[in-house]
Design a protein around this ligand. Sequence first.
Ligand SMILES: Nc1nc2c(ncn2[C@@H]2O[C@H](COP(=O)(O)OP(=O)(O)OP(=O)(O)O)[C@@H](O)[C@H]2O)c(=O)[nH]1
Ligand SMILES: [Mg+2]
Length: 210
Amino acid sequence: MNLKAKPAIRIGIGGPVGSGKSTLCIKLCQHYGQSHNMAVITNDIYTKEDAKMLIRHGALPEERILGVETGGCPHTAIRDDISMNLDAIETLQGRFQGLEFILIESGGDNLTATFSPELADVFIYVIDVTEGDDIPRKGGPAIAHSDLLLVNKVELAPHVGANVDQMKQDCAEKRGTRPFFMTDLRSEVALDDLYAWFDREVLFTDAVPA
Ligand SMILES: Nc1nc2c(ncn2[C@@H]2O[C@H](COP(=O)(O)OP(=O)(O)OP(=O)(O)O)[C@@H](O)[C@H]2O)c(=O)[nH]1
Ligand SMILES: [Mg+2]
């Protein structure tokens, strides 16, 4: 074992069922997979469907995507008993020397879910407009304190009667100076903002002199 090896940065991705967590993973893999040594862990309750979805989309080579079957409340595996995820991290770090970062997708959960600081260095929380435009106002630890909040599927707002301006205002109120972006991951709305944030706040690569 190389004791001097730098541990991979761990990025926890949480949010309610279907908000776009796997889609975010796919976009990050497509953007960074060629230039960075990265991997993904997905958490599902009873299956490894999310890992299979990422593999189907060719997000990364298959051996860089690991599915964890949590078998219980999704938040338990990311907050209370994180051992299955720590095992998965160890497996990936053993497989790929110099691994720079690992995305850890949580199973879909309710607004109280957060990552243990022992598991994730960075926390991205994904909600979407179809869950109701009062979600940001309802607050909670992830909405208020995650490192980045994405309010996804903005293009669907007119179809579900969601007031995007109100959502923005509520996000700003709940989060103070913490960043949030209104995204549509599928049609790539605000992805440049997302990648710029990731370069700056996660990878620290934007400060490299020319
Ligand atoms: N219209 C629209 N659909 C989206 C967007 N992002 C994701 N979707 C779709 O929403 C569905 C759920 O997306 P996923 O990325 O699987 O969501 P998830 O949060 O990983 O879901 P779970 O892992 O089951 O909790 C899929 O059909 C996506 O194609 C978006 O920005 N706009
Ligand atoms: Mg998913």
